[in-house]
Design a protein around this ligand. Sequence first.
Ligand code: GLU
Length: 417
Amino acid sequence: MGDQANPFESLQEQVDDAGAYLDTAPGVLDRLKNPERVLETNLTFELDDGSLETVRAYRSQFNGDRGPYKGGIRYHPGVTRDEVKALSGWMAYKCAVVDVPYGGGKGGIAIDPADYSETELERLTRAFATELRPLIGEDRDIPAPDVNTGQREMNWIKDTYETLENTTAPGVITGKALDSGGSEGRVEATGRSVALAARETFDWLDRDIAGATVAVQGYGNAGSVAAALIDDLGGDVVAVSDSSGGIHDSDGFDPRAVKAHKAETGAVGGYGDAESITNEALLTLDVDLLVPAALENAINGDLAADVRADVIAEAANGPLTPDADEVLVEKDTYVVPDILANAGGVTVSYFEWVQNRQRFYWTEERVNEELERVITEAFEGMVDAYEARDTPNLRTAAYVVAIDRIVDAYGQAGNWP
Ligand code: GLU
């Protein structure tokens, strides 16, 4: 797997690359390369045997020029201060490129949740929510799920916040279960936008996604839903992987059956008669579409040289290093950047928040229609910038669109004397 590129340095490089196509004042561009503030905290919670444990946690509020900070909370041993800072920046640009009225934020706890029981995770999550309480709020900072967190953790955070604040405020967090104020379509939204972005890219390239061969690295919520929906569009999913390895079958899989197999056995490996394949072999397969849906730095410059896919749609945040981007431009590989391809998650989070504020809930059909409109319009905006400004790749075009919007909001607010 990839090198150890520092994700925060990658983010800063991506902003600088786009800055070269804009005449943003250097002081303002600097503002757009650094978070407004970062909370670093140590959470002490009780284990089931009565002992206490202390773990490190973060929340980065990157930019609030366009609205409340917005972004998920991940539980992963690889969480660091720099990773959370990078992820919060990617959220700010993601919200701007799809024109959702939010800034960017991200949080994380440096643990492997598999090491803890459900009751331990509940105590830890409530400890984090208590620590976050002064920073978050329906109009201030709105967390959501990310790697290894989901409805369960969101429901706990909402309940802790509402109990401490003595109010009801479902819009303080998104990605909740339906009965706790969640939205139809939210669970599938990230994978759905990846499939929509892939469809738009193939259309734009005058190619047919029906019959295209597809490899998906990572089979969590984003990867497995993207695989199923790309299959619905006629794509042929021939390889998938998770952290324990991958499977390959040139005749293609039924992605939903692979998901059911993983739910039952804990891994995609061992599905049917498929041959085993390493993650690296999957990433360099000769396919039409590659979907990295795991973690940052999956593809570095060296590996990019061996990538054979024509199109890459980033379901994960930051799966390609800036070195990889450079190599892929040379090879004419089209990369649909994370900040657009996986923006369905935060877009439907926005719809959830709107529904929470109005206490009026939409049908799944309405959610999916509005999501399709947002993603296709954002795709058009990115391609327009790519063609009009002649940027080297779609990522830089997406950043140009996003930076323009954030800088406009910042400029319109005027300078505090
Ligand atoms: N964690 C998701 C992301 O990286 C969703 C964030 C949200 O819904 O606020 O985009």
